[in-house]
Design a protein around this ligand. Structure first.
Ligand SMILES: NC(=O)c1ccc[n+]([C@@H]2O[C@H](COP(=O)([O-])OP(=O)(O)OC[C@H]3O[C@@H](n4cnc5c(N)ncnc54)[C@H](O)[C@@H]3O)[C@@H](O)[C@H]2O)c1
Ligand SMILES: [Zn+2]
Length: 363
């Protein structure tokens, strides 16, 4: 088992990464001085696969868990989903000292975390992420929230978990397309922070795709460590944390104009990161050979690197990017790379350059 520390003064916590960790959930929680009663929030897909192990482990450690199951999928990350959880928490008589376990992907983590942040003015919570994306990204850092009809993640809070347990064995049941989607975030960490890690991925991607346990352990732990370092320096996203959005301005725009159905998040940000790399070459002189390496790695991971957009869709994409939360004073701000491993954030880019980068990823 590997341990990554997230250093945030009194809100510090540990991320455990390894195999066979879910059966140890109860004993890990015992060390946190929590109440006996807890709610394990999961979704309809993950519940049948993994909730029995979680509940047994908690009960064996003396906790009194109740299972709350929500439908799977992004639609559950809504105020309606929040209300359903509140009702079940009340029915289960959760108290001030009770805690919440989020067992699932990013949808369950964001939803259960937001419910934990607000029920009884805040309950402690533990993240047990079961998708690659959730293990390397959404479970770490304390951003929780839900969507509104007007847009994604418009309601939320910063609420740090007390513990993150990344059981790599839970990934065995994850569908291939979801696994590859998570790899888009993994590659992102190499581009934004760690050129040596990017080279490692170039060497070992095939082992990663085969979900080799020791490769997975090293890669997930390194991604968590990078996210922990970034969040540790900028908990509430006033600066550095923006680098985690590399490729996301265009990626979120693509998700929005395809009404959140065509692409998984990782697929959209794969195209977004390739486009951001072309933009980086134009604006910051990222070497073209490195742009090609970025594109090559996403391709090898089976992720899309191009998109066919009509002129009308191109206009829609710009409108969507202007609505994105990263816009301030009407200017679209980008994270761009000087080279693999070195990025800068908060860069205003003329639309003609964005258009040219989009032409370069036109399928
Ligand atoms: N809070 C943050 O910092 C942050 C960061 C990135 C993404 N997110 C959010 O995360 C969400 C996406 O998360 P996701 O990609 O994990 O999606 P998800 O939670 O919808 O999970 C994807 C699918 O896989 C299923 N699943 C999950 N674990 C499984 C397993 N072990 N075996 C079989 N099936 C499994 C789920 O039921 C679902 O159908 C988005 O809402 C996004 O906004 C949040
Ligand atoms: Zn992302």
């Amino acid at each position: 088992m590997r341990t990554v520390e997230v250093s945030l003064a009194e809100r510090s916590y540990r991320i455990r990464v390894g195999g066979s960790l879910l059966p140890r959930l109860g004993s890990e929680c015992s060390q946190l001085k929590l109440g006996r009663r807890c709610a394990v929030v999961t979704d309809e897909r993950v519940g049948p696969l993994h909730s029995a192990t979680a509940l047994q482990s908690l009960a064996a450690a003396g906790f009194d868990p109740v299972l709350v199951t929500v439908p799977s999928g992004e639609k559950t990350k809504s105020l309606k989903g929040v209300a359903a959880c509140y009702d079940q928490f009340a029915a289960a008589r959760l108290e001030r000292k009770s805690f919440v376990v989020a067992l699932g992907g990013g949808v369950v983590g964001d939803l259960a975390g937001f419910v934990a942040a607000t029920y009884l003015r805040g309950l402690p919570f533990v993240q047990v992420p079961t998708t690659l994306l959730a293990q390397v990204d959404s479970s770490v850092g304390g951003k929780v929230g839900v969507n509104l009809p007007a847009g994604k993640n418009l309601v939320g809070a910063f609420h740090q978990p007390r513990l993150v347990l990344c059981d790599l064995d839970t990934l065995k049941t994850l569908p291939d397309r979801e696994f590859r989607s998570g790899i888009a975030e993994v590659i992102k960490y190499g581009i934004i922070y760690d050129a040596a890690f990017f080279r490692r991925l170039e060497r070992s991607l095939d082992r990663m795709l085969a979900r080799d346990p020791s490769e997975l352990a090293a890669v997930v732990a390194r991604c968590c460590a990078i996210k922990a370092e970034v969040v540790g320096q900028d908990e509430t996203e006033s600066g550095l944390r923006a680098i985690l959005n590399y490729g996301h301005t265009i990626g979120h725009g693509l998700e929005a104009i395809s009404s959140y159905g065509k692409y998984l998040h990782g697929e959209a940000i794969s195209i977004g990161q390739v486009a951001a790399s072309h933009l980086s070459a134009a604006r910051l002189g990222m070497p073209l050979q490195e742009v090609a390496r970025v594109q090559g790695l996403f391709e090898r991971a089976g992720l899309p690197v191009s998109v066919r957009l009509s002129a009308a869709q191109r206009r829609q994409l710009f409108d969507a990017m202007r609505l994105d939360k990263k816009v301030s004073a009407g200017e679209i701000k980008f994270v761009l790379a000087r080279g693999i491993g070195h990025v800068e954030f908060g860069l205003a880019v003329p639309e003609v350059d964005v258009n040219r980068a989009l032409e370069l990823v036109q399928g």
